[in-house]
Design a protein around this ligand. Sequence first.
Ligand code: ADE
Length: 224
Amino acid sequence: MRIDIITLFPELLKSPFEVSILKRAITSGKASVHFHDLRAYSTHKQKQVDDYPFGGGAGMVMMIEPIDRCINTLKKERAYDAVIYLTPDGSTLNQKQANHFSTLENIILLCGHYKGVDQRVRDHLITHELSIGDFVLSGGELAAAVFCDSIIRLIPGVLGDESSALSDSFQDGLLAPPVYTRPAEYNGWKVPEILTSGNTPKVDEWRDEKALERTQKLRPDLLK
Ligand code: ADE
């Protein structure tokens, strides 16, 4: 998978890809992530990329021209399966969408800032609009990092234990069951006995029960 991220602040995005699972996915060649500084695509002397909104009002709007130039440059190199704009008014990212996007080959992500992008970008250049939740970030960069993490970890072979992505919360419509590790007793707080019994079918049954119990308690909406 190749992900191209168009941003005004590439430095905001680098570190999430330099540690742990994302780093491993990149060094093993399963994913590649490329940052494109939008200012480099401005034709203005001062590298301007935003301007006042037509009709007045507060805030600046990201101009269509540098975005179009950047996307076109990328599209000349390869075909893209999705051109995604990260925005709080997009459709809220969920596991089902993450599963879908994790199967794509080439993805462009556009990070918004200020009052957002000229609507013509959304109307003509973007294929999907995604939000990571009903709250507003200062820009799309952190949302892009969240999106990338959610999909890269699903690429086959990225997680050491293939089954571990399947047992994530939401994968089967349920929250994940509780997990424990050594010591079996701490401060008098004990691990449920079934987990140390060595009886795998019983452990699986217990986990299914707990997953359901947890979902009923914490996210009953998922069961509807
Ligand atoms: N940009 C600003 N807030 C955002 C959000 N919640 N999701 C995606 N992109 C954003």
